[in-house]
Design a protein around this ligand. Structure first.
Ligand SMILES: *Cc1c(COP(=O)(O)O)cnc(C)c1O
Length: 457
């Protein structure tokens, strides 16, 4: 384009006032909030200007206004399609909630509820009451408390039970959970003095016994949720530590992390200690997440002895870390599924337990839809992970449609910009669409998004 032509075109771009009085845009103004329309008009004019400067002669285009408006109106937090194959994906919100949990949130959130009202006595009640009984029943513990997440429950436990005192922990369990959550840092933050015992690979009961002194407040055991230690290893079991703790009159705290409430058997899954096993082995206090294997809302659940839970409940941090009514609602509905023996219907467990044949058939259907839209794809067998720092050695057999050829990173970026966004996985330069976490009715949406994103299909 000649400079003179371009300058003429740039000068002839419409003003916002001019656009606001255009009859063709009047319907938009009557149906959409005016400030958003004005913002969209500005964006569209800027888009046109940038195009002209880049040498593209297309000037102002009303389609740009509609696109800009759509972008402005769409929520920042929105649904995405999970084609990563990772069931508990922290970046994608971890556990999808059950319909029962969602219904309870809607019911309780839309109006008022007895969050802190004892309906029988008409007096102030505890917001945790709805879930305490269920948690005790499901874990065998005497009492329970729920805070914002498991990281918070660990901080609360250290603060309430070992502030200004010693907490003894194995060198093999000084872990980083992710997101910068490191046990030694949390311990420091709580004001507890960390006493490390044993070595990275081997820690014996005697190491704990020798470290116990008059200032010891806590024995700590941290579940290695997100990594495995194999080979020449040794660790003190919960039962052994519980015996020692009882003998010395010290509290044994176990950070279980993922916290399966019942055993989870499925192809490729490794076994995970259930909360009830750890409680019955004698841990005085156990912490676990609500939104990992349990399959509920984000929460940090603490179960244990009455006296220990009472000390946590009284600590000022408890008030700062408390959960809201929506979490209580969703957690209660999720726990009811366990009470009723229907936990395998919870989305997380159902996603983990899908038979190989189901996954293969779903991948086959996705493949057919991709091929029908001229996308060059092939079916491959994959191994997925549970995610969310749970079962690091699990290798879940799954199936994916692999797309090669194009630049996988660029394709992935375009897929993330789709409506709804599709999040996939890249391995060996291939874009993998794992079907484990995709519903059957989402396959055509994924196929269309891919067809639109693959150049030349
Ligand atoms: C995941 C995990 C945590 C942190 O749980 P959040 O609910 O994400 O705060 C703490 N400890 C262990 C052992 C974990 O696996």
């Amino acid at each position: 384009m000649e400079d003179a032509t371009r300058n003429t075109l740039l000068r002839s771009l419409p003003s916002i006032d001019e656009l606001l009085s255009r009859p063709s845009l009047a319907p938009l103004l009557s149906s959409e909030p005016r400030p958003l329309v004005v913002e969209a008009l500005r964006t569209a004019v800027e888009t046109a200007r940038a195009r002209l400067i880049a040498g593209d002669p297309v000037g102002f285009d009303e389609a740009d206004v509609h696109r800009a408006l759509q972008t402005l109106k769409q929520p920042n937090l929105r649904k995405v399609l999970n084609a990563t194959g990772v069931v508990l994906h922290t970046n994608l919100g971890r556990a999808p909630l059950s319909l029962a949990a969602l219904a309870r949130i809607a019911e309780v959130g839309a109006g008022y509820c007895n969050l802190e009202l004892d309906l029988e006595e008409g007096e102030r009640g505890s917001r945790y009451q709805p879930v305490i009984e269920l948690l005790c029943r499901l874990t065998g513990a005497e009492d329970a408390l729920v805070v914002n997440n498991c990281a918070a429950s660990v901080l609360l436990a250290f603060s309430a039970l070992a502030q200004g005192r010693e907490a003894i922990v194995s060198r093999g369990e000084l872990v980083e959970i992710g997101g910068g959550f490191r046990i030694p840092d949390v311990m420091r933050q709580s004001g507890a003095r960390m006493i490390e015992v044993g070595t990275t690979n081997r820690t014996r009961l005697a190491d704990f016994a020798e470290a116990i002194g008059p200032d010891t407040g806590l024995l700590v055991k941290v579940h290695r949720s997100n990594f495995a230690l194999v080979g020449f290893t040794e660790e003190a079991s919960t039962r052994e530590l519980a015996g020692l703790a009882r003998e010395k009159g010290i509290v044994l705290f176990e950070d279980l992390g993922s916290g399966a409430l019942t055993a989870l058997h499925a192809e490729g899954l490794t076994s995970e200690p259930t909360v009830a096993t750890v409680v019955s082995a004698g841990a005085d206090l156990v912490a676990f997440s609500g939104d990992k294997l349990l399959g509920g809302p984000q929460a940090g659940i603490l179960v244990g002895r009455r006296g220990v839970i009472a000390a946590l409940r009284k600590h000022p941090l408890n008030r700062a870390l408390r959960i809201d009514k929506l979490t209580v609602a969703a957690l209660e509905a999720t726990l009811e599924a366990y009470r009723d023996g229907a936990e395998d219907l919870l989305p997380v467990r159902a996603l983990l337990k899908q038979p190989r044949a189901t996954l293969e058939a779903r991948a086959q259907r996705l493949l057919e839809q991709l091929l029908a839209q001229q996308v060059d794809a092939r079916l491959i067998v994959t191994t997925g992970q549970v995610g969310g720092g749970a079962m690091p050695l699990a290798s879940l057999p799954s199936f994916a449609c692999a797309i090669g050829g194009a630049n996988a990173e660029a394709l992935h970026q375009r897929l993330r910009a789709a409506q709804p966004p599709v999040v996939a996985r890249i391995a060996d330069g291939l874009l993998l669409l794992d079907v484990r976490c995709l519903r059957d009715d989402e396959l055509s949406v994924v196929a269309r998004a891919v067809a639109a994103a693959v150049p030349g299909s």
